[in-house]
Design a protein. Structure first.
Lengths: 114, 112
């Protein structure tokens, strides 16, 4: 079946502009996660959704970052007034909450802020 | 929150068995241990998951001692295509305030 998809695959923007990153999870997966991976670094947890609610937003780096999920499916991560330090790969994952979970990752969106 | 510690890098040769150990001294009762593999320019890919003792699947084995303060990912007879970064993950799968803690990752280089 279809895996997790993300769009765009690459995004180049200018400092100060807003960007929206989209994640389409695997159909039926109720949990959705956003991560950030800076060049050569490990994964940094950003936010977790269970259905449409986000029980844990503590990983969001600043109030410029926000995320929403509607209909228990697609999620959007928004970065306002982008800064150069926001440049990274943003990864989305989804999982099924029944039984043992594993997270299935999308290919990521590579964001470059000039 | 359970934090993990892994070796930064490991070298091996084709056909050898590779064992990567992860330390997680503060693992909680409900935490599971999961390992992921990541190739350059790709998202992480699930390898194996376990709670205690030994788990084996078609690609790897996971050894977890009784105190669960560490775990060892075992890759039998590695090939060049196993060159990747391997992440150890500890988390509570049933907790609604779930937060994943990824280790720093171990860069495995398999040489011919």
């Amino acid at each position: 079946g279809a895996g997790v998809s993300q769009s765009p695959s690459n995004k180049v923007t200018e400092k100060g502009k807003d960007v929206e990153l989209r994640c389409d999870p695997i159909s039926g997966h109720t949990a959705l996660y956003w991560y950030r991976q800076s060049l050569g670094q490990g994964l940094e947890f950003l936010i977790y959704f269970q259905g449409n609610s986000a029980p844990d937003k503590s990983g969001l780096p600043s109030d410029r970052f926000s995320a929403e999920r509607t209909g228990g499916s697609v999620s959007t991560l928004t970065i306002q007034r982008t800064q150069q330090e926001d440049s990274a790969v943003y990864l989305c994952a989804s999982s099924d909450t029944t039984g043992l979970e594993t997270q299935y990752f999308g290919p990521g969106t590579r964001l470059l802020v000039l | 929150l359970a934090k993990t510690t892994q070796p930064i890098s490991m070298d091996s040769y084709e056909g050898q068995e590779v064992n990567i150990t992860c330390s997680h001294n503060n693992i909680a009762t409900n935490d599971y241990i999961t390992w992921y593999q990541q190739f350059p320019s790709q998202g992480p890919r699930f390898i194996i998951q376990g709670y205690k003792t030994k788990v084996t699947n078609e690609v790897a084995s996971l050894f977890i001692p009784a105190d669960r303060k560490s775990s060892t990912l075992s890759l039998p007879r590695v090939s060049l295509s196993d060159t990747a970064v391997y992440y150890c993950l500890v988390g509570d799968m049933m907790d609604s305030s779930y937060k994943l803690i990824f280790g720093s990752g171990t860069r495995l280089l398999v040489r011919p």
